[in-house]
Design a protein around this ligand. Structure first.
Ligand code: MOS
Length: 707
């Protein structure tokens, strides 16, 4: 049943900084993750270890498993000749062990099943794979101009190109022009919990504990590959140790685990992806290059804007980062062109990483804005205020609640922006140059249809609330209970929330900063329908199940969140070392459902932005095609010592166009613009304009003194 549109709900639990309901389980180690389930059915598993290709392109001629099979404990070695046949191989990323083709270095070419992880790993080492290697193109530099093509659409269903007005004429007639080439490297999600799955096939149902952001999507995607009905897959993810997008879509290891379980019917199979293997098998943010051209009036008002983005994708499966889409809606200006081109490379399949599109795109755009501010002699905060559009430039629709200017102004005040010297190299503290910078942040308000919630009256005034949502560490389990409590107008303590299981009503991905809003809408609608059906004193056992197909108020509005990020950096004059001493993010995200968990999302976003600004870079070997920096020693993720003063703040608001709770998403906006704010601050400190991430120390050696 589709329930009616929801009424706004009273805010009693929503807005309270309640503690995480699962905090105790997590800090005491009682929370069970995908590789840790030891219930009766999953006890005594076989351990799977993936053998991955050492060539970037070509064919597997022969897999010699004899030495592996001779090792005590090794039970089976699956390869492309003896693995179970998939019912569908349309998705080349997920067509595991189905033919002899190798599409990238690190692809699964065999799977060893053994009694212990040690035997599986040693067995994998002993498998000898013979290849017929072909020449491979693995970097954007190596791609020819003809290799770049326009994808049919870019990630999240955005149009590939969009043109309004006459950009060339607008640029030609503009009093001030800035132009630059900006780049962001490939980056890999590095959640604390590596990807893992424990699966068991009993002949009719495949049960899988999976580290995923979307249990129903895993079942829906894997079922046709395995030749099963979706109802024959039960996927559970009670706890997930982070994802950032890398667990948003199923990847090859999940197929491998499921296939292996079906090959050894009755025996569970446990597959843990190693940290190194994650750099080839679980998605990543592809490298991007942005050409940005801006033409403006002398006072900084933008007349024409072009953002032309190029990037790499995998030859076996297209993924096109939506790098230029933020430039479509961010600022005013009559003439505008945004384009995306990709080159297919013999590399691992890119995918989602926190704020795909906005993160790299807003790095380019927001550094370009800083350059425009400099060229016009306008304060960077004022420049952004001057370019505030009245209507969404992309659609012509009014905004739901665009409050970027308030974020900038509140941030400027809190940060102490007014005292900022206008020119670079103005502040020296001992051997350190000190500078400050600003950038805007934005993220679309996505809302996903099809979420179903079930409300059940239990004994003693308790209510069961069931939805197959996943808490990947964000606090969803806590905030959904708050939402349910208000929707039913009871205390949070009266709610028994069940999530993370395909046996529960269907739910969409914990992604796109849309989980809480979309699941929450379903809960609110079902709860209100429940009250309409059963009243305030329902008989124990009565139930209402409702699916949220739309949230109609959003039609006709441009729904986005906004924010402003301020950074202070210190750059060492003799070593080039860059330290981010302060980061402040001020956000407009609608109603904040739980200040504790939302603050963690903003802080985490800022830290991930800092990490991308200074450290993160997946360096691909141009000869062999793999990522060389494939561990946490060489792929440095910001650690405690890298993070200094962090502050977050948000506007007090409710947005009932977005959701009945008045909330919008909070998961991704914190990373957006952060790297630009840091790069702009580094320029303010030193006078060196860096347009390529990350900002490494070598870029600040031999800095010339300004005249
Ligand atoms: Mo997140 S990149 O939307 O899973």
């Amino acid at each position: 049943m589709t329930v009616q549109q929801a009424r706004p709900v009273p805010n009693r639990a929503v807005g309270i900084a309640s503690e995480r309901v699962d905090g105790r389980e997590k800090v005491t180690g009682l929370a069970t993750y995908a590789a840790e389930h030891r219930d009766l059915q999953l006890d005594d598993p076989l351990h799977a270890w993936m053998v991955t290709s050492t060539i970037a392109r070509g064919r597997v001629l022969r897999v010699d498993a004899s030495a592996a099979l001779a090792l005590p404990g090794v039970e089976r070695v699956l390869d492309h000749e003896n693995a179970p046949r998939a019912a569908s191989t349309d998705d080349r990323e997920l067509a595991v062990l189905q033919d002899d083709r190798v599409g990238f270095r690190g692809q699964i070419v065999a799977l060893v099943l053994a009694e212990t992880p040690e035997a599986a790993r040693e067995g994998a080492r002993l498998v000898s794979v013979h290849y017929d290697a072909e020449p491979a193109t693995v970097t954007l530099d190596a791609a020819g101009e003809d290799d770049f093509y326009a994808p049919e659409q870019v990630n999240a269903g955005h149009e590939t190109d969009l043109e309004q007005g006459d950009v060339e004429a607008g640029l030609a007639g503009a009093a001030v022009r800035v132009e630059g080439r900006y780049s962001t490297p490939a980056e890999h999600n590095s959640p604390m919990e590596p990807h893992a799955a424990t699966a068991r096939w009993d002949g009719s149902v495949l049960t899988m504990y999976d580290s995923t952001q979307a249990v129903h999507a895993v079942a829906a995607t894997l079922a046709p590959i395995l030749g099963l009905e979706q109802s024959q897959l039960r996927v559970l993810a009670p706890y997930v140790g982070g994802g950032f997008g890398s667990k948003g879509l199923p990847h090859a290891p999940e197929v491998a685990a499921a296939m292996a379980a079906m090959a050894v019917e009755g025996r569970p199979v446990k597959l843990v992806v190693t940290r190194q293997q994650m750099f080839a098998l679980t998605g990543y943010r592809p490298e991007t290059i942005s050409h940005v051209r801006i033409g403006a009036e002398p006072d900084g008002r933008i007349v024409a804007l072009e953002h032309a983005a190029i990037g790499g994708t995998s030859r076996i499966k297209e993924y096109a980062e939506q790098t230029a889409t933020a430039a479509r809606m961010m600022y005013a200006g009559e003439h505008r062109r945004t384009t995306h081109r990709v080159a297919a490379l013999d590399v691992a399949v890119p995918s989602w990483m926190r704020a795909p599109g906005e993160m790299p795109g807003m790095f380019a755009l927001e550094v370009a804005l800083d350059e425009l501010a400099e060229a016009c002699g306008v304060d960077p905060v004022d420049l952004r205020v001057r370019n505030e559009p009245e209507l969404d430039p992309e659609t012509g629709n009014p905004y739901n609640d665009r409050r970027l200017v308030e974020c900038l102004q509140r941030g400027a005040e809190r940060f102490g922006w007014a005292d900022r010297p206008t020119s670079p190299q103005a502040i020296v503290d001992g051997d350190w140059w000190v500078g400050t910078g600003v950038a805007s942040a934005t993220y679309p308000t996505l809302w996903m249809p099809g979420n179903t919630a079930r409300i059940t009256a239990d004994e003693d005034g308790r209510y069961g609330v069931a939805i197959g949502a996943v808490d990947i560490g964000t606090g969803a389990r806590t905030v959904l209970a708050q939402i349910a409590a208000d929707a039913l107008d009871v205390d949070v303590a009266s709610i028994d929330l069940a999530i993370g299981d395909t046996d529960l009503p269907a739910a969409t991905v914990a992604g796109g900063s849309a989980g809480t809003g979309s699941w929450g809408t379903a809960i609110v609608q079902a709860a209100q329908q429940f009250r309409a059906d059963h009243g305030d004193t329902p008989d124990p056992g009565v139930q209402t199940t409702g699916t949220a197909e739309s949230y109609p108020d959003s039609v006709g509005h441009a729904l986005h969140s906004f924010g402003a990020t301020f950074a202070e950096v210190r750059v060492h004059r003799w070593t080039g070392e860059l330290r981010v001493t302060r980061l402040l993010g001020v956000y407009s995200v609608g109603r904040v459902i739980n200040p504790t968990t939302a603050r963690s999302q903003f802080l985490g976003g800022l830290i991930m932005g800092l990490s991308g600004a200074l450290f993160e870079e997946s360096v691909r070997d141009s000869r062999f095609g793999h990522v060389v920096t494939q561990d946490l020693a060489t792929y440095h993720v910001a650690s405690h010592a890298d993070v200094r003063g962090l502050e977050v703040d948000w506007l007090d608001e409710e947005d009932h166009l977005a959701t009945p709770m008045g909330s919008r998403g909070v998961g991704e906006i914190g990373i957006v613009g952060t790297a630009a704010a840091i790069a702009n601050a580094a320029h303010h400190a030193t006078g060196v304009r860096v347009r390529d991430l990350p900002l490494t120390a070598d870029l600040f050696l031999d800095v010339p003194p300004l005249p």
